[in-house]
Ligand binder design. Structure first.
Ligand code: GTR
Length: 421
């Protein structure tokens, strides 16, 4: 009996030791429990978006554009999302399918393959585009989707991506997140791309997806300051915009980049870098998106880098459990979008994403909007549930969980109407 106990003990001991080794080898360390208590937020100081790294105050708009904005952009590139190639080595567009009678005759549906290599069998992504039947070029919402283009609406005409896990999902499975008809009826087009076409969302050492296309000879993974997956998804959004610019039915000066959750992080980063996006919308983007990292409320830099080691550049790991050392915070990501309209939305139960931290980013980015001749956030306190704050900077928090709902979309359409019509 003793022997049996001893063997069992030894087996468990071995399992624990093995697990510990696995975690430490990967640089994964046990993360402290998430904090949801406002009184336990560490004291923090946010870098001032209007103070140069030299310590001098930005004196006016020209200095913002020439000095401070490039400084901030470079901080996010070098320390967080990683540098991305500014364009593709090759970019080709081919219309794969077209239906002028989609949605019971209400819309045009196209699928455009965006090729990243001359070889048509090489890396590519598929843009699904719905357009209202209007005689003038239309504004478009552009956002990535989580499960495949065919999941945003039950429309048998949509091709199923061969990339990553798309084929495991049902047609229309995620239609609650995508009110396609409502968007079309309001005079907007909708463009979407399956994020797995650009980079499958798991830590595979960057062997799949588009990263290897850009490796130098002999390079096997991104350098510590080179792009992770969020950087790649944001890059993909800009390449989708490259296509939209060429489509005569689209008004490419009126493209809204939008995303939910990790894809909201990607939308913000795309909008921050690529000033062709007219409006930027982040839905429940949380840590690494709109929420301030230094509050360390809910998801933290340490927990996100541990659970998703492929999302950010390697340099970002320096700030695991050390947010105080960050030379920037997410209000400065919002500031990079200024003076263009930006909308951030939270959900009450989505405490992991730190709703208050999402709101505060907008508030602390507001001085940059003022410098650039616009009004920042019009309130200083978080609004009541379901109350909307509209302006150049928009915000709402609704009851319920982490999701993008019809209520959210209705606010986004209203916001786009305000700025694009
Ligand atoms: C969570 C992650 C969040 C958020 C979310 C999502 O697991 O911790 O940062 O991005 O996933 O994308 O749904």
């Amino acid at each position: 009996m003793f022997k049996c106990f001893y063997n069992k003990f030894a087996a468990w001991y071995l399992v624990v030791v093995l697990l510990l080794c696995l975690f430490t080898v990967n640089g994964y360390t046990q993360q402290p429990e998430a904090n949801y208590d406002e009184t336990r937020i560490p004291a923090y100081t946010l870098p001032d978006p209007l103070v140069l790294q030299s310590g001098k105050l930005v004196t006016g708009e020209p200095q913002w554009w020439k000095e401070r904005r490039p400084e901030i952009l470079s901080l996010f590139e070098m320390e967080m999302y990683g540098r991305a190639p500014s364009t593709a080595t090759y970019l080709g567009f081919s219309v794969a399918t077209q239906d002028t009678n989609a949605l019971n005759g209400k819309a045009i549906r196209k699928e455009i393959t965006v090729h990243f290599t001359k070889d048509k069998q090489g890396a590519s992504m598929s843009v699904l585009l719905y357009l209202p039947k209007l005689n003038t070029p239309v504004p478009v919402f552009l956002g990535l989707n989580f499960r495949g283009n065919h999941t945003i609406i039950d429309d048998p005409g949509i091709s199923v991506s061969a990339h990553w896990k798309a084929a495991e999902h049902r047609r229309g499975e995620d239609s609650l997140s995508w009110p396609v008809e409502r968007i079309i009826e309001n005079g907007y087009g909708l463009a979407t791309v399956y994020y797995g076409d650009i980079d499958p969302d798991f830590d595979d050492g960057f062997l799949n997806g588009i990263h290897p296309l850009f490796f130098r000879e002999g390079q096997t993974k991104p350098d510590p300051d080179e792009w992770g997956s969020i950087g790649a998804w944001a890059w993909g959004l800009s390449r989708a915009l490259d296509y939209l610019v060429t489509d005569g039915a689209v008004d490419a000066r009126r493209v809204v980049v939008i995303g939910h959750s990790r894809l909201g992080k990607a939308a913000l980063w795309a909008g921050a870098q690529d000033q062709r996006f007219a409006v930027v919308i982040s839905n429940n983007s949380g840590c690494g998106g709109a929420a301030l990292s230094k509050r360390a409320f809910g998801e933290t830099v340490g927990s996100i880098n541990t659970a998703f080691p492929h999302w950010f550049c390697m340099n970002f790991r320096k700030f695991n459990n050390n947010e105080a050392a960050l030379p920037m915070d997410q209000h400065m990501l919002i500031a990079l979008i200024a003076p263009r309209p930006v909308y951030v939305a939270s959900a009450e139960e989505d405490r992991w994403a730190d709703p208050k931290g999402e709101f505060l980013s907008l508030l602390y980015a507001s001085p940059v909007y003022s410098l650039l001749g616009k009004h920042g956030l019009s309130v200083k306190e978080m609004p009541a549930l379901n109350e909307k704050v509209m302006g150049t900077v928009g915000y709402h928090i609704r009851p319920g969980r982490h999701a993008i709902t019809l209520f959210d979309w209705e606010r986004y359409i209203e916001f786009a109407d305000l700025h694009l019509h």
